[in-house]
Design a binder for this molecule. Structure first.
Ligand code: GH3
Ligand code: MG
Ligand code: MG
Ligand code: MG
Ligand code: MG
Length: 311
C-alpha cells in the first residue's frame, strides 16, 4: 500500500516511516497537516494516511475532514483509510477523530505489531472500496450502454422514436422560449411492400440500411435522421424554414434515387425512391402537431405520384 505519514515530530516520523517500510509498504512523509494535504492532492491514490493529532496550522482532525470532503466531491478518487495517532488517555480526541471520518487509531508510543495488524485491516477495507468502485464503474458503463441501445434502431443505427421524442421536446422548448425554429421531413420508401415481395425481406433490410446511410451521410452537422417506423425516416432540421427544408428534402430524395437500387415495381425509374412531407415549427403546435402535418404532407406526396416532396 501507499501510506502517507503526517507527523510534526521528527523522531516519531522517522520511527513510523521505518516501521511502515519494514512491513513492505511505500511510505510518504509530511511534517504538518498542510503539506500532508498537498501530498495527498498531488497523488492519484493514497491508500492509508497515518496522522498525528497535534500539528501546526492544519491539525489531524482538520486534515481528516478535508480528505473526506475531497472524496465526496472528486469523482474517481479512491478511498483513503485514515488512522489517527493518539497518545495514551486521549479518549476525547479519539472520539472526535472517528466522528470526523477516521477509520482507526494507533496509540503512542508506537507498537510495531499493532501497526502491522492495523494495516492489515486497512488493506482489507481499501481493497473492498476498490472493488466497489470498480463495480460502480462497470454499472455506469452498463447504464450508458443500455441508455444508448434503448434509443438506437439496430438495423439502421439511427436514433429510434424514443430518441426522436426526447430531441424534439428539447427543440420544441427552445423554439418556444428563444424563437429557434425548426423543420421536420418525414420520408417514406415508395412501394416498399412490393420491394420485399419481389426481392425478399433480407434484401429489403439491406435497402433500408443503404437508404438510411445515404440520408444521414447527406445531412449537415446539426441535422439528425431517425427511424420513425418500418420504412419511414424523420429528419429534424434546426433553424430551418419550410422553404429551406423542402430544398434539403428534395436533395435527399435525389440522393436516394441516385443510389439506383433496382425496384421493378416502382415505375417509371424502377429504382428505390422516397416520398417526403415537410412541416415547420409554428408557435401554436406541439411536436405531435408538427408530425401530423408532415404525415399529411407525405400522404399528399404519395397521392401526387410518389418520388416527390410536399408541404
Ligand atoms: P407506399 O409507397 O404507399 O409507402 O407503399 P409501401 O408498400 O411502401 O407502404 P406499406 O405501408 O404498404 O408497406 C410498408 C412495407 O415496409 C411493409 C413492410 O413489410 C416493410 N417494412 C417495414 N419495416 C421493414 C423492415 O425493417 N425490413 C423490411 N425488409 N421491410 C420492412
Ligand atoms: Mg504533534
Ligand atoms: Mg492490497
Ligand atoms: Mg410507410
Ligand atoms: Mg412506403
Amino acid at each position: 500500500m501507499k501510506i502517507l505519514v503526517a507527523e510534526d515530530d521528527a523522531v516519531s516520523r522517522t520511527i513510523l516511516k521505518r516501521a511502515v517500510e519494514k512491513l513492505g509498504h511505500e511510505c510518504l512523509v509530511a511534517e504538518d497537516g498542510r503539506s500532508a494535504w498537498e501530498t495527498f492532492c498531488a497523488q492519484p491514490c493514497v491508500d492509508v494516511i497515518i496522522s498525528d493529532w497535534m500539528m501546526p496550522d492544519v491539525d489531524g482532525l482538520e486534515l481528516c475532514r478535508m480528505i473526506r470532503e475531497e472524496e465526496r466531491g472528486a469523482r474517481g478518487r479512491a478511498y483513503t483509510y485514515f488512522i489517527f495517532l493518539t497518545a495514551l488517555g486521549d479518549r476525547d480526541h479519539l472520539l472526535m477523530g472517528l466522528e470526523a471520518g477516521a477509520d482507526d487509531y494507533l496509540s503512542k508510543p508506537l507498537d510495531r505489531d499493532e501497526l502491522g495488524m492495523r494495516l492489515i485491516s486497512a488493506d482489507r477495507v481499501t481493497e473492498l472500496h476498490r472493488k466497489l468502485a470498480f463495480q460502480n464503474d462497470e454499472l455506469e458503463n452498463l447504464n450508458r450502454m443500455l441508455f444508448e441501445q434503448s434509443r438506437q434502431d439496430p438495423l439502421t443505427r439511427l436514433g429510434n422514436r424514443l430518441r426522436m421524442r426526447e430531441d424534439l421536446e428539447v427543440l420544441q422548448s427552445r423554439a418556444e422560449r428563444y424563437g429557434h425554429d425548426y423543420a421536420v421531413v418525414l420520408c417514406d420508401v415508395d412501394f416498399f411492400k412490393a420491394y420485399n415481395d419481389r426481392y425478399g425481406h433480407l434484401a429489403g433490410d439491406d435497402a433500408l440500411q443503404k437508404v438510411s446511410q445515404t440520408i444521414s451521410a447527406s445531412l449537415r452537422g446539426g441535422d439528425t435522421a431517425y427511424r420513425y417506423g418500418g420504412e419511414e425516416f424523420l429528419i429534424v432540421l434546426p433553424e430551418q424554414s419550410v422553404e429551406m427544408a423542402v430544398g434539403i428534402a428534395d436533395r435527399l430524395r435525389h440522393t436516394v434515387e441516385d443510389l439506383g437500387i433496382p425496384h421493378e415495381s416502382n415505375p417509371p425509374g424502377n429504382v428505390v425512391t422516397i416520398s417526403a412531407g415537410v412541416a415547420a415549427f409554428s408557435s401554436a403546435g406541439a411536436p405531435d402537431d408538427l408530425l401530423k402535418e408532415a404525415d399529411a404532407a407525405l400522404y399528399a406526396a404519395k397521392r401526387a405520384g410518389r418520388n416527390r416532396v410536399s408541404t
